[in-house]
Design a protein around this ligand. Structure first.
Ligand code: FMN
Length: 420
């Protein structure tokens, strides 16, 4: 039968006969399903096959004892699996980076594509299947029962067997309810009426509302079947499972990462940005971490005690050193054409004290990762009285703006040429 015709008459099967499902048929379906699309052809899934009565017995409570678990021939637990790919990388001198949420989502979509393809093939072969959404509700329990290692999380369960009866075919919302041409068109009350009325008027759904003592079908879902309270509790346990299986980090690990980011390394690569305002030449040293501004020091370039560095120098390092009395000192180091290093010691001493203090504040904001366009907006909005501190402000904005894509903040000195 053609797939379209098959889909028109398919339905989830919850009652199974005792007829055996052979390994031969099962394996051929499992193999064919692997022809489905998969990210990078990595096949980020694994399937645990439960055939034994003992295995089903153990799994049943994790599926809230839905009867299909024990009455079907085979329970398939389809898992998002980055463990195998990670192991492959480790064995092949490749450095895997798949212990994160994006990788989980990719593996989860692979697992679902596989599950759905298997489901179509099984139904084509005359078998009946039923998804068990309880998989995600009790994922940690299933991990324990099936001994799933890190980077493996159960995503879907299918009960599979030969149907004992012919189930009713359920309705579907009309095409217009879920198709949007070109852009998403949000729903008016009238749209909702026209999309849901026929479903709400089905005798079985009216009956459903009545026996549950509710006013509407939607209330059956919100108050009984999928409640906010249950959803929140199960979301929490699913997040715990993702954490336990290594796909997301727990709060203390995140704190450690954060502490590492805000602890300044002794040496930071930096860009040297020059600018000119009212004929004065200024310089900004923008310390970079992972390519993002992490601190900024700005001051006059040519005052007596100021900073003079060759024009062609646009990059260097800011090195933090400790004075014998324990105070911190920041040095700028650059290399000449032949690779010899020159160090300008004590940047802080060479800049006006007031600029230095402001620089400390802005660097604090940068270090704690405020989005850069907000930092530019913040500095631009400072209301400062005297001319030179205003020049400083404009310089900081100009220097930082270079790192912001499509920055919408208007900086007055933008029209000026950079100092040569
Ligand atoms: C993710 C997912 C989870 C489901 N979980 C359950 C379940 O736990 N128990 C059940 O009886 N049916 C479950 N189903 C089956 C749906 O109820 C069924 O597909 C839907 O009502 C449409 O009916 P049909 O499959 O007969 O067309 C699930 C289906 C999906 C896709």
């Amino acid at each position: 039968m053609k797939l379209t015709a098959l889909l028109q008459q398919r339905a989830s099967v919850r009652e199974y006969s005792k007829r055996k499902l052979t390994d031969k048929l099962l394996n051929s379906l499992l193999e064919s399903a692997a022809r489905t699309q998969t990210m990078g052809n990595l096949q980020l899934y694994s399937v645990v096959v439960t055939r034994s009565e003992e295995g089903k017995e153990k799994l049943a409570p994790a599926h809230f004892n839905q009867p299909m678990v024990k009455s079907c021939q085979v329970v398939l637990t389809i898992c998002a699996d980055f463990n195998r790919t990670t192991r492959w990388c480790q064995e092949r001198n490749a450095n895997p980076g798949y212990d994160n949420y994006l990788s989980f989502m990719n593996a989860a979509s692979d697992a679902l594509l596989y599950t759905q393809t298997f489901s179509c093939l099984a139904e084509e072969a005359g078998l009946g299947v039923c998804y068990l959404g309880t998989t995600l509700y009790n994922a940690s329990k299933i991990c324990e029962l099936l001994q799933l290692p890190k980077l493996v999380v159960p995503i879907a369960t299918l009960t599979v067997g030969w149907p004992a009866s012919t189930p009713n075919i359920s309705d579907r919302l009309p095409l217009a309810s879920f198709i949007h041409q070109e852009t998403y068109k949000d729903y008016s009350a009238n749209d909702i009426n026209s999309h849901y009325n026929s479903r709400e008027n089905l005798p079985e759904n009216k009956h459903f509302v009545e026996i549950n003592n509710k006013e509407t079908l939607a209330q059956v879902f919100t108050d009984i079947r999928y409640t906010k309270k249950d959803n929140e509790a199960m979301s929490e346990s699913l997040l715990e499972c993702l954490e336990q299986q290594g796909f997301i980090k727990d709060a203390s690990e995140l704190e450690e990462d954060f502490n590492e980011v805000v602890t300044r390394p002794d040496v930071l690569e930096c860009d040297v940005v020059r600018f000119q305002n009212n004929k004065e030449k200024w310089v900004a040293f923008v310390g970079l971490r992972d390519g993002r501004p992490y601190e900024i020091f700005t001051g006059l370039m040519d005052d007596d005690e100021g900073i003079l560095i060759p024009k062609r120098i646009t990059k260097g390092r800011i090195i933090r050193a400790l004075e014998p009395d324990g105070t911190k000192r920041y040095d700028f180091q650059f290399e000449n054409k032949r690779g010899f290093k020159t160090t300008v010691e004590g940047l802080s001493g060479k800049f006006n004290k007031e600029y230095w203090n402001y620089a400390k504040l802005i660097s604090g904001v940068l270090r704690y990762r405020m989005p850069l366009d907000n930092v530019v907006r913040l500095v631009a909005s400072l209301s400062l009285e005297n001319d030179s501190i205003n020049t400083w402000k404009i310089g900081v904005c100009r220097a930082l703006k270079k790192y912001v894509k499509d920055c919408s903040v208007n900086i007055p000195a933008d029209e000026e040429e950079d100092a040569e």
